[in-house]
Design a protein around this ligand. Structure first.
Ligand SMILES: Cc1ncc(COP(=O)(O)O)c(C=O)c1O
Length: 370
């Protein structure tokens, strides 16, 4: 059986062929105009992206990591401050905190969603705590109401890491629009992906928006006039042109992801598998479809032999990475650490077909003898 099956890649961006004509014409348009930095495409994208999230301001930047780093700076986070986040995110969430000289403080996560557990926040807050970064992991929103309540009580900033949450909703609001700042990545495989690196921050706070604009471009408010020290973290005009083509398609892409998730949920019947939840009042956008599996590594190997590519997001929690493990060797995050041994990301992308999702489901069932 394994030999006959066609390979199913985890993500295959080469399949976005139906978009190529539009992308090429958008690129040609930029080439024709001859403006490659901070042109009309960036302005248009910022306006439309802010509108799509339901906030006043969006500021395009070079990547999700830069969005996080600059958002921390714009929120006034300084060396020695503490910022609470989770350890089961992509490494960049914590790295950005360290890059501004602050200290990441890791909270354990909820068993159901694997998102930050708000019940654990209060005990982690010290006089050095200045901000919280909840991550809308895999595209399922974190429980923002209690996070915002605690943050307001302690006067902490909230920076939502929505790098995996384009179009996800929490109690009727788009993620990114709930905290002081939201950050997005447009890394090519994201639900809204560019064709290179790109990112954005969104906010309703005019002061944060203004500081972000300065920080991303040499700290200047006009040509040859620098009011603060800033580097170069701009969103590229070509990437903005591509994103302008794709933004109107985001909800269609997300609907296809939801359809694939429904197929997985219906057809994977092995009781050794736990599906991702979509809690009532939340909209999951399935950036990753992450199951929790008994005998996870054996299942992953079996799927690989069946030519189905899967991944683990993320096999090592951030506090156990070589860059941090000395500093955090005493820290124990039971749910985070346990989940790393069970999680498995199945192929998920708007170009994946429902037939492929069915094949993957059957292969998983057959591994468990169903
Ligand atoms: C949760 C999370 N935060 C931050 C980032 C960093 O974004 P980027 O790769 O655009 O720097 C990513 C993605 O890569 C991510 O998944």
């Amino acid at each position: 059986m394994a030999k006959k099956m066609k390979r199913i890649p985890f993500v295959d961006l080469g399949r976005e062929k139906s978009l190529h004509r539009h992308l090429l014409s958008a690129a040609k348009n930029v080439l024709r105009k001859g403006v490659f930095i901070q042109g009309a495409e960036v302005t248009r994208f910022e306006k439309n992206f802010a509108g799509s999230v339901g906030v006043r301001y969006a500021i395009g930047v070079a990547s999700g990591t830069e969005a996080l780093r600059l958002a921390l700076l714009a929120c006034g986070i300084k060396p020695g401050d503490e910022v609470i986040t989770v350890a089961n995110s992509f490494f960049a969430t914590a790295a950005a905190i360290s890059l501004v000289g602050a200290k990441p403080v890791f909270a354990d996560v909820e068993e159901s969603t694997l998102n930050l557990n708000p019940k654990l926040l209060s005990r982690l807050i010290t006089r050095h705590t200045k901000a919280i970064i909840p991550v809308h992991l895999f595209g399922h929103p974190a429980d923002m109401d209690p996070i915002m309540q605690i943050a307001n009580r302690h006067k902490l900033r909230v920076i939502e890491d929505a790098a995996q949450g384009h179009g996800a909703k929490y109690k009727g609001k788009y993620v990114g629009a709930i905290g002081d700042v939201g950050i997005f990545s447009f890394y090519p495989t994201k639900n809204l992906g560019a064709y290179g690196d790109a990112g954005a921050i969104v906010t309703n706070n005019p002061k944060i928006a203004k500081t972000m604009r300065l920080l991303r471009e040499y700290g200047r408010d006009r040509l040859e006039h620098h009011v603060m020290v800033g580097g170069n973290s701009r969103l590229d005009e070509l990437q903005a042109a591509f994103l302008n083509e794709k933004l109107p398609l985001l909800h269609r892409f997300n609907r296809q992801r939801k359809k694939i998730a429904t197929v997985y949920q219906r057809l994977i019947t092995a009781k050794e598998i736990r599906y991702p939840v979509e809690l009532r009042g939340y909209r999951h956008v399935y950036h990753h479809y992450v199951i929790r599996a008994k005998k996870r590594d054996a299942l992953m190997n079996f799927l690989a032999r069946s030519r189905i590519e899967t991944r683990i997001h993320y096999p090592t929690p951030i506090h156990r990475q070589p860059a941090y493990r000395k500093q955090y060797h005493r820290q124990h995050l039971p749910i985070t650490e346990q989940s790393c041994r069970e999680i498995l990301s199945l192929p998920m992308h708007h170009t994946l077909t429902l037939t492929e999702a069915r094949q993957i489901s059957h292969a998983i069932n057959s591994f468990y003898g169903k």
